[in-house]
Design a protein around this ligand. Structure first.
Ligand code: GAP
Length: 445
């Protein structure tokens, strides 16, 4: 087993043990590459999404929010190019019936030729020649399952933004340059999913489309590329684990004029988790052509009419959460004992603090409960009175909880508690009635 497998195995097991991520439909044997977020995972992902929304929508005058439906008119996907071009080359093994991407590195020989060997059953000559497989999930709208009723689950949220571009422009009274941001589910029938939540069939995207005057697109592209990297570093991700990858002409998506990936060094290597794309006027011109509706912009100042160019920032909420998890994971030795800790930036941590009575007697549980009830009104906090205090600290270290509040013998005398810092392991003694202020200050810093 390689050390990368080892770290990922430990992370997957911790994610299940502590309630971050569970396999979908596990009691039925699981559903391939679909995952559910447990009590801590849902908080982590929500904190990331809220941070993104705040920085994109609330903190800026020039970006509006949108929540478009997952189901869209089927013509959208003709216009966007997804019906014709959102495909992967696929080969089948006629013997064991497994399916692979044609470029699967495990395949020996050329699929379709007698020398090709199936990587699962090992049969020679059983692999079909590659054929294109569309990654969109199909379903039917209405009661009749016929070709005319076929619709798709969206494979990206971006199209919901393009088809609403005029609605948002007119209702918000924005002027170009301006953007529209959206967070929502997307679906792709990936052929080779894997690496935990990295490549899944159902996932969430955080996308922003910024509409600009043609000719200014190069400058906006660079601005957004730098801005997105700055945001990720602010999230507490180690800068040395982040890098840009510029797409070569062969790598560019059908809509892109220029593109950068932001990659993270996962335990299984450098991989993309966010993209910044110059989509030119590809999408708006295609929707204009397919819908017959004029989508050009009239600049009231200069009386110029043009179809805006689009700079897109496209991040996966699940992949960003996986980056945050991988980056936070640490194993270390404390006083001769091994501990596993998730060093989340406190603002992202699912639980902000845990409250512990040192022992379950002498008035300690009553005071601890009272403090817990008070803190719950301000933060997501946890109460734990099970096991030794050391074991309770360890559990919260694994959950990434930044502060551990212990009610001890002294607390019932002078109404003070100890607050243990997850990272420095230092303990402060804090007056119980100052705890909220203390945590507010620490969580902001
Ligand atoms: N609108 C542009 C677009 O969708 P993309 O590079 O195909 O571009 C953007 O996807 C982001 O969505 C990726 O960087 C990744 O974070 C996330 N993503 C894409 N496919 C995914 C999958 N199968 N599982 C998890 N996340 C995925």
């Amino acid at each position: 087993m390689s050390s990368a497998d080892n770290v990922m195995d430990k992370l997957v097991s911790l994610a299940k043990r502590r309630g971050f991520v569970f396999q979908s439909s596990e009691i039925y044997g699981g559903l391939g590459s679909v995952w559910d977020y447990g009590p801590l995972g849902v908080e982590l992902k929500k904190n990331i999404k809220e941070r993104w929304w705040r920085s994109m929508v609330h903190a800026r005058e020039d970006i509006e929010g949108l929540d478009a439906a997952i189901l869209m008119h089927p013509k959208v996907w003709e216009a966007s190019g997804h019906i014709a071009g959102f495909t992967d080359p696929l080969v089948d093994c006629k013997h064991c019936k497994n399916r692979f991407r044609a470029d699967d590195p495990r395949i020996k020989g050329t699929p379709g030729q007698p020398d090709a060997q199936c990587p699962v059953c090992g049969t020679k000559g059983s692999l079909t020649a590659p054929r294109q497989f569309n990654l969109m999930f199909k379903t039917f709208m209405g009661p009749v399952e016929e070709q005319a009723a076929v619709i798709f689950l969206r494979p990206e949220t971006a199209q919901g933004i393009y088809v609403n571009y005029l609605n948002v422009l007119q209702s918000s009274r924005q002027k170009i340059p301006f953007g529209i941001a959206q967070i929502g589910k997307a679906f792709r029938n990936e052929i080779t999913p894997g690496n935990f939540t990295f490549r899944t069939r159902e996932f969430e995207q955080m996308e922003m489309q910024f509409f600009v005057k043609p000719g200014t697109d190069g400058e906006w592209f660079e601005r957004w590329r730098d801005e997105r990297m700055r945001w990720l570093v602010e999230l507490g991700i180690r800068p040395e684990k982040l890098r840009f990858h510029q797409h070569t002409p062969q790598e560019l998506a059908h809509y892109a004029k220029e593109a950068y990936d932001i990659e993270y060094e996962f335990p299984f290597g450098w991989h993309e988790f966010e993209g910044i794309h110059n989509r030119s006027d590809f999408d708006l011109s295609r929707h204009q052509q397919f819908s017959g509706k004029k989508l050009d912009y009239l600049d009231a100042g200069t009386n110029e009419r043009y179809l805006p160019y689009v700079i897109e920032t496209s991040a996966g909420a699940d992949r960003t959460a996986l980056v945050v998890l991988c980056d936070a994971y640490a194993e270390e030795e404390v006083a001769g004992e091994k501990r596993v800790v998730l060093r989340f930036q406190p603002s992202l941590a699912p639980l902000k603090a845990a409250v512990f009575p040192l022992v379950n007697k002498d008035g300690m549980p009553e005071l601890a409960r009272r403090l817990y009830d008070g803190l719950r009104r301000h933060f997501n906090v946890f109460y734990d009175d099970g096991g030794s205090i050391g074991r309770r600290y360890r559990r919260q270290d694994e959950a990434g909880t930044p502060f551990g509040i212990t009610v001890d013998g002294q607390s019932t005398q002078d109404q003070t508690v100890t607050v243990r810092d997850r990272d420095t392991l230092k303990q402060d003694r804090v007056a119980a009635d100052r705890l909220v202020d203390y945590l507010v200050q620490k969580l902001a810093g």
